[in-house]
Design a protein around this ligand. Structure first.
Ligand code: PLP
Length: 361
């Protein structure tokens, strides 16, 4: 049976990339050694690093006045790095709360500034939704506005980029949706993403930061989280996660060969339509997020009869459909369908779901 892994992370990589990495593992580039064993300061690795950055810049059309940083620390590292780098003298920043991760970011920021938490959650016809941006109460003089465009656990998305004028620096946690659809980087002050969903293995974190925001870090900011220090040292102030960086580079090449972010966007749309379609056309399954805010990356769904959850998980696993158990906070099921998940995988899941419904409905 072919296995499709619907896990939310860590690390969803395209099968082709894993195969290439396996082939090159012990003998990279004819060097007779692994890429993870060569010096990060040597010419060979610097070429890998620079090519990865170039390919990412091409994929996202990153303007010249933005630095790309390859860091440690994950998404949660950035929950601290953002206020430490950007708070300046303002002492306050706006945090849009649309779900678990946005709320977690605000909690961490509280150590360094006063977050003005904007509760953006609401319900529409009994379904979870995000309030319109016109209802978000921003703070005058806030250092920045932080939000999370894709809530990995809740399956809630904010697709519209916040637009409150040039005075408002928008910071976004793109951990679970970067490179899944086109993105206008120029609308953001900072975009960050833990690599482990759409990019590569855990341990690598991407930061895309507008240059004029550099040089403002709090004196207490650890150097390894300081955007200015990282930028000055080409993300090699300390030893970077070189193997993860190399794998990310392979994923960027794979994405380019697939037709880039626009092509991914189309496939991701097809995948999401297929899965939500099956959920919506049945009384056996349901999703509790309003259509306008449904995530295309993480699809939580419940069985109408939760007594069937265990047998659903057992049978789906046996059919090669792995890791469908929902996050403990939300319960039920969750299918994460990042870039690395092919359309066939989602089709295998929906075929299984319909068959399961016929047998147990
Ligand atoms: N932000 C989002 C949207 C996430 O999905 C996650 C983890 O799943 C995090 C932040 C936390 O990332 P990390 O575990 O790399 O700190």
């Amino acid at each position: 049976t072919q296995v499709f892994n619907f896990s939310s992370g860590p690390a969803m990589l395209p099968a082709d990339v894993l195969r290439q990495a396996q082939e090159e593992l012990c003998d990279w580039n004819g060097l007779g050694t692994s890429v993870m064993e060569i010096s990060h300061r040597g010419k060979a690795f610097i070429e890998v690093a620079e090519q990865a950055e170039k390919d990412l810049r091409d994929l996202l059309h990153i303007p010249q006045n933005y630095k790309v940083l390859f860091c440690h620390g994950g998404g949660r590292g950035q929950f601290a790095a953002v206020p430490l780098n950007l708070a300046g003298s303002a002492g306050v920043a706006d945090y849009v709360d649309g779900g678990y991760w946005a709320e977690s970011a605000a909690k961490e920021a509280q150590k360094y500034l006063t977050p003005n938490v904007i509760d953006a959650c609401t319900t529409v016809d009994g379904l979870r939704a995000i309030k319109p941006m016109s209802e978000w109460q921003l703070t005058k003089g806030a250092a920045y506005l932080h939000y999370c465009p894709n809530e990995t656990i809740d399956g809630i998305a904010i697709d519209e980029t916040p637009a409150f004028g040039d005075d408002v620096t928008v910071v976004a946690d793109y951990s679970s949706t970067i490179l899944s659809s086109p993105l206008d980087v120029s609308r953001f002050g900072v975009i960050y993403a833990g690599a482990q969903k759409n990019i590569g293995p855990a341990g690598l974190t991407l930061v895309i930061v507008r240059e004029d925001l550099l040089g403002k870090a709090n004196i207490a900011c650890p150097s390894i989280l300081d955007y200015t220090v990282l930028a000055k040292n080409d993300s090699m102030f300390n030893t970077p996660p070189t193997f993860a960086w190399y794998l990310a580079g392979l994923v960027f090449k794979w994405l380019k060969a697939k037709g880039g972010v626009a092509a991914m966007d189309k496939i991701n749309q097809q995948k999401a339509e297929l899965l939500y379609g099956v959920i919506d056309n049945s009384d056996f399954y349901r999703n509790s997020v309003a259509a306008a805010n449904r995530s295309r990356m993480n699809v939580p769904f419940q069985l109408a009869d939760s007594a069937l959850d265990a047998v659903f998980l057992e049978e789906s696993f046996a059919a090669g459909l792995h890791a469908l158990k929902g996050h403990r906070v939300v319960g039920g099921m969750r299918a994460s369908i990042y870039n690395a998940m092919p359309l066939e995988g989602v089709r295998a899941l929906t075929d299984f779901m319909q068959d399961f419904e016929r047998r147990h409905g």
